[in-house]
Design a protein around this ligand. Structure first.
Ligand code: FAD
Ligand code: FO1
Length: 453
């Protein structure tokens, strides 16, 4: 079903073109794609190490100040990395956890190891591009970047900001057969000396000393193994009927894969393979692939080509105009960030969604739209709504701090990738959602009861 398993050269691009002068190892700077299998950046790193007849070292630069990251996120990330280290070790690939400012840490490691080549994995977010620019100013080692997150590489599927799913979908569909290919099973020819000791993971959290007001979640087990179990559970028990059940917050109808996809502990391409191979109805498979590939890659496109992805100025012109006209409409309710955070609004449905987010680390996808749109309605202006929604989503959501989040919030508040709707107070032409609309879609009483703790 999936043809050739070679590495497609459009998955990689040179961030720092240089001829190779050092004779040290190839260094894969792992960041977004924190997994030892189904990882095109790792595949490319092994190919280059074998070509250059040198070993391969994988590094992960752990920043103690990753924006909005707290104990909940670092706990999930670090437990996942401990599993990656074990798996790489079994493949003769060394893993080094670097602790501190990433660009500086990778630069020092690369210089000390006299790396012949540095490879990183693609991420459209500002913080990653800043790290890579800083690194490229310091090193005189070639640096290549692989898109290991998207099925079709972000820079290849489109060279511009897309208007919406309807414009990027045909471009993705056309390229799926080229890029939805099996991962080659490569082994390293020049293995590192087996490194006797493993990273002292139990000391890492002490060193990080993250803010601990947001506790780790219990309903998601971190790591590649748990990610594959979650995928199998979804395909076996819940893919059938997904197209209908996924929008009902009272059902467990979604895949629940986003925390694993966000931290790169699971490959979206692996999800697509397994879904396509399954015996589920075509409508359910297509519905999942639409979200997993079209919507997710549209988010990377938005964050990559629109540097203002997390604020008002990133909205389309028609949305900025409609917000300008309605900026001073009377707000019937106004809440502070703290009132939102404590779920102290007048709306039990909104409060239930906020409590679900805080306690489980994952709000149902349908409720996320309602939740963000009500923040627009109950704040003084759209700029404040963006700040509040991003703050709460990134602080509590396991899958937060992600292009999908910034895009989902910009869709809800700023009409990004959406069209204009009949005009109304405060929202102007931004798509409106309300309690009665939810009541028509699902049993709101059941959802409220399930989440009020
Ligand atoms: P499923 O419905 O099972 O979807 C499977 C996968 O498809 C998801 O894991 C995700 O990778 C992708 N996907 C699904 N819906 C979308 C979408 N609308 N946009 C982009 N990709 C999608 N997603 C995040 O990963 N992190 C976030 O912080 C986040 N914040 C959001 C905030 C708002 C206001 C909105 C409206 C959406 C947000 N989303 C976010 C998108 C979407 O709601 C989640 O990806 C989805 O609910 C994750 O749960 P799931 O994996 O069970 O989803
Ligand atoms: N990536 C890193 O390379 N180093 C980090 O220290 C790091 C911390 C971190 C904390 C929370 C979180 O949600 C993500 C974090 N990431 C880190 C990045 C993450 O792996 C993803 O690449 C992006 O957040 C998604 O684009």
């Amino acid at each position: 079903m999936f043809s050739h398993n070679s590495f497609n050269k459009h998955r990689v691009r040179e961030l720092k073109g240089r001829n190779i002068t050092h004779r040290g190892p190839v260094v894969y700077w792992m960041s977004r794609d924190q997994r030892a299998t189904d990882n095109w950046a790792l595949t490319y790193s092994i190919l280059k190490a074998n070509e250059l007849k040198v070993p391969l070292s994988v590094v992960f630069a752990l920043s103690p100040s990753f924006p909005s990251a707290n104990l909940r996120h670092y706990d999930f990330l670090i437990k996942g990395l401990a599993e990656v280290e074990q798996k790489l070790k079994s493949k003769g690939i060394s893993f080094n956890l670097l602790q501190g400012e990433p660009a500086e840490q990778v630069w020092k490691f690369g210089e000390r190891a006299e790396a012949s080549l540095i490879i990183s994995d693609f991420d459209p977010l500002f913080i990653k591009r800043k790290w890579k620019n800083l690194l490229n100013q310091q090193i005189n080692i070639p640096h290549h970047e692989v898109d290991a997150h998207n099925v079709v590489p972000c820079w290849y599927v489109s060279q511009k900001l897309e208007f919406g799913a309807h414009t990027i979908r045909p471009k993705i569909k056309k390229l799926l057969s080229t890029f939805l290919t099996e991962f080659p099973d490569l082994s390293l020819q020049f293995k590192n000396e087996p490194n006797p000791h493993l990273t002292r993971w139990h000391e890492v959290m002490g060193w990080l000393n993250p803010s601990n007001d947001v506790k780790p979640v219990k309903n998601f087990i971190p790591g590649e193994k748990a990610a594959h179990e979650a995928l199998n559970d979804f395909i076996t028990n819940r893919l059938n009927g997904y197209s209908v059940r996924r929008n009902d917050p009272t059902l467990n109808g979604q895949s629940n894969l986003s925390p694993y996809l966000h931290f790169g502990q699971l490959s979206a391409q692996r999800v697509a393979f397994e879904v396509l191979k399954s015996s589920a109805p075509e409508a359910d498979k297509q519905a999942l692939l639409e979200e997993l590939i079209v919507r997710r890659e549209l988010s990377d496109n938005f964050c990559y080509y629109n540097p203002a992805y997390s604020n008002f100025s990133g909205f389309p012109d028609w949305a900025k105009e409609t917000h300008r006209i309605h900026r001073f409409d009377v707000r019937e309710y106004l809440y502070t960030l703290q009132e939102f955070e404590l779920a102290h609004t007048h709306d039990p449905l909104w409060n239930a969604a906020q409590l679900e987010l805080m306690h489980t680390g994952k709000m149902h996808g349908y409720m996320r739209m309602y939740w963000a749109k009500k923040i627009l309605e109950w704040t003084t202006c759209p700029e404040e709504a963006m700040r509040f929604a991003i703050y709460l989503n990134d602080k509590y959501s396991l899958d937060g701090r992600d292009p999908n989040g910034y895009t989902g919030i910009a869709w809800s508040i700023g009409g990004v990738h959406d069209r204009a709707w009949p005009e109304r107070p405060i929202f102007g032409k931004i798509r409106y959602m309300n309690f009665d609309g939810c009541k028509r879609k699902f049993d709101v009483g059941k959802y409220i009861k399930a989440n009020l703790r």
